[in-house]
Write a protein that binds this ligand. Structure first.
Ligand SMILES: N[C@@H](CCC(=O)N[C@@H](CS)C(=O)NCC(=O)O)C(=O)O
Length: 204
């Protein structure tokens, strides 16, 4: 058994962590769970993630769940891949901002809109609207190749896949040219191509 075991499903957020593993470039073992057979709720898997959700990563004695946490963990655990941002870097704050922006600000906005939900019970918005998310991201990537600094990082994995998800899979995020150009470039990366072509074979 590999030192790194990745549990995921297709389609799922596990495609994000799959891409990150390919970017890291170390050996790992994929264990694909079949949702149609409720394998994510099996006793064996619930011992790994009691929520019965993917992705999950086992690295030696460490078990990690939550997509963004796995992506951040891999960047730190394998510094030779140069996908993280050192704590003393001037870009560290920006790096953390975009790592968290994807699941905490963008995801709820996309999901809420895609599910046709409207906030009616409160007189403030508990999270941003998709237009605010799209405009904020467009400002962040305009004229830049990467979202943080001048190199590809784990923050691009989180933000890029969130844009792909919000513009293609649940198409409620405005398709601003800055966003489609940014994802268009990222999706050419060999690591994404490898992960996604393998995932396509399992797409239901
Ligand atoms: N916040 C979690 C969400 C995990 C999650 O809900 N994953 C979905 C697939 S994208 C899942 O495993 N669903 C299992 C089910 O519906 O039974 C993360 O980012 O990893």
């Amino acid at each position: 058994m590999s030192d790194l075991v990745h549990y995921y499903s297709v389609p799922s957020r596990g495609m994000v962590t799959h891409w990150m593993l390919e970017e890291v470039g170390v050996p790992y073992e994929n264990r694909l769970l079949d949702f149609s057979r409720d394998e994510q709720k099996s006793t064996e898997y619930l011992a790994i993630n009691p929520m019965g959700r993917v992705p999950a990563l086992i690295h030696g004695d460490t078990t990690i769940t939550e997509t963004a946490a796995i992506v951040a963990y891999l960047a730190d655990a394998f510094p030779q891949a140069d996908l993280g941002m050192p704590v003393d870097s001037k870009h560290r704050g920006s790096y953390l901002r975009w790592l968290f922006f994807a699941p905490v600000s963008a995801e709820p906005a996309i999901l809420w809109k895609a599910l046709g939900k409207v906030v009616t019970e409160v007189d403030y918005k508990p999270f941003a609207e998709v237009e605010e998310v799209a405009n904020t991201l467009a400002d962040a990537v305009r004229g830049k190749e990467f979202i943080v600094g001048d190199r590809f990082t784990a923050a691009d994995v989180m933000v890029g896949t969130t844009i792909m998800w919000g513009t293609e899979l649940m198409p409620v995020l405005p398709r601003l040219p800055e966003l489609t150009d940014y994802w268009g470039r990222l999706s050419q990366r060999p690591a994404w191509q490898r992960a996604s072509s393998e995932d396509q074979k399992h797409m239901t």
